[in-house]
Ligand binder design. Structure first.
Ligand code: FAD
Length: 377
């Protein structure tokens, strides 16, 4: 793959293996799933193939570059598998990094094996982009806390087995008054409902009605939970870009192949400069997005902190590029791409949400701008 010539051989092999697994093994399992619901056989297969263990390793903290390569490769072959892997990581990483040893032991091996499913519950009806405004209460009760409130648009809810929940422990303290907890779905007082999105993404709303959590379920320390959330999002943000790059690459390849074969006015579409140049532009942008993603992830792995600006650039550019790539690929295909079940119809539904979650594009621009002007104030 010329587009991956900057990677090591082992890295190229990893992305290629993820692509193949996505196409040959995980794609057929995804087809048997129900849109909007957790596909447990798919999660189990990700565990059996050792991919979840790479995201939630029993030793160490996981590599951002590796996460990006897995997500790009899987996205090319099977977006549902890509999403299942990412969500398991997002929900499990705070437990891996910040749980008491007994809680970590109770969940991480099962999450890495794909036997249990995790979710990351930060957003609320009145706290999305401004996550520090979250209001779900954690009131002290004996040697634990009681959680009361609502979480909204939580991937893998309401069926996940364990939720990383971010709750308000100090009123009026914004990001400095949030505490994180690992909450099993089975806990008394937890309920929820599935939500149907444009994409097949499993997602729902969660209600916490005085749910008791012991102090040992805390992730990190009291009032330090926002840091737990940010540590997780710092690792995952470039990899949202990798998901987008995988989708964009799949769309580009479909468009190139179609344009080379489909004839109109007595010649292949590829011989119309208006078509070929659009694809040249897309190919250039996709490769630029890939390099931004790998740069941000490599900086993260090298211990550069903060990686905020590089991550924001990677996520912003890759997700916006993927939207454009899928749109151009559909235009090149004409009507057939809009038929239900066509790869591009599927990607058109999948490509929209990453521009909103884990920081909308406008929020990423805010982050980049803040860094630009940091030195001037
Ligand atoms: C598919 C999907 C999966 C999700 N999964 C999860 C999950 O697993 N866990 C979880 O906790 N949450 C999850 N979310 C929620 C997601 O994090 C929020 O949707 C996101 O933070 C945006 O919040 P909001 O939707 O409330 O939009 P709002 O915060 O209301 O923002 C709406 C729009 O306002 C604009 N805007 C907001 N802030 C600014 C700003 N500072 N400057 C300029 N413009 C701005 C942007 O255009 C933004 O899109 C998911 C969402 C989706 C769509």
């Amino acid at each position: 793959m010329a587009e991956s010539s900057h990677l090591s051989e082992a890295q190229r092999e990893l992305i290629e293996r993820a692509r193949e697994l996505g196409h040959d093994v995980l794609g057929p399992l995804a087809e048997k799933g129900q849109p909007g619901r957790i596909n447990r056989p798919l999660v189990r297969a990700l565990g059996d193939r050792g991919l979840l263990e790479r995201v939630l390793p029993s030793e160490g903290a996981g590599s951002a570059v590796e996460l990006c390569l897995l997500r790009e490769g899987l996205a090319h072959g099977c977006t549902e598998a890509e999403t299942a892997l990412a969500l398991q990581g997002l929900g499990g990483y705070p437990i891996l990094r910040s749980a008491r040893p007994e809680i970590r032991e109770a969940w991480i091996p099962r999450l890495a094996a794909g036997e249990a499913v995790a979710a990351f519950a930060l957003s609320e009806p009145e706290a999305g982009s401004d996550a520090a405004a979250l209001a779900l209460r954690a009131d002290v009760d004996g040697d634990g806390f009681r959680l009361t409130g609502t979480k909204m648009w939580i991937s893998n809810a309401p069926e996940a087995d364990v939720y990383t929940v971010f709750a308000r422990t100090t009123e009026g303290a914004g990001a400095r008054g949030v505490t994180a907890f690992a909450v099993p779905r089975e806990s008394e007082g937890v309920s929820g409902e599935a939500l149907a999105l444009l994409s097949p993404h499993p997602i729902g709303r969660l209600e916490f009605d005085g749910v008791f959590v012991g102090a040992e379920q805390m992730l990190g320390e009291v009032d330090k939970g926002f840091g737990v959330a940010m540590e997780t999002l710092d690792l995952f943000r470039p990899s949202v870009g990798a998901f987008a790059v995988g989708m964009a690459q799949a769309a580009l390849e479909a468009a190139v192949s179609h344009a080379a074969r489909r004839e109109a006015f007595g010649r292949p579409l590829s011989e119309f400069q208006a078509v070929a140049h659009q694809l040249a532009e897309v190919a250039t942008r996709v490769q630029a997005a890939r390099l931004l993603v790998h740069h941000a992830a490599a900086a993260y792995d090298a211990g550069v902190r903060p990686v905020r600006q590089a991550s924001a650039m990677a996520k912003l550019f890759a997700t916006e590029t993927a939207q454009h790539a899928v749109d151009v690929a559909i235009q090149v295909h004409g009507a057939r791409a809009l038929e239900k079940g066509h790869l591009l119809e599927h990607l058109y539904r999948e490509v929209r949400a990453p521009r909103i979650y884990e920081g909308a594009s406008e929020v990423q621009r805010e982050i980049i701008a803040r860094e630009l002007f940091r030195e001037t104030v």
